[in-house]
Design a protein. Structure first.
Length: 91
């Protein structure tokens, strides 16, 4: 077995998820970073199991007001539960 392969399997990738929420419910459905929920870092394997099967395109504003210049972004979640966008993937 190659030593590099062994290192990759023992050092598992992680994914940091940024929760998003609708600041003001509107017809446009613009989301922004949640002010209540904190970012969470999970193993990549958990992301694949619990989130990756449920992608959804959502308008997300990265502006400080949470409404300006929304961008279509892929978010992950389960139905009415919190939606998350990928903030960072690390090996």
């Amino acid at each position: 077995m190659n030593t590099q392969t062994a290192q990759v399997t023992t050092q598992e990738k992680t994914v940091t998820l940024q929760p998003i929420a609708m600041v003001i419910p509107t017809k446009q459905g613009i989301y922004a970073s949640s002010r209540i929920e904190q970012k969470k870092t999970i193993p990549y394997r958990e992301f694949l199991t619990n989130f990756a099967d449920n992608p959804r395109s959502i308008l997300v504003s990265f502006a400080t007001d949470g409404k300006s210049n929304p961008q279509l972004t892929t978010a992950y979640g389960k139905g009415l539960d919190c939606w998350y966008i990928i903030d960072e993937v690390r090996q």
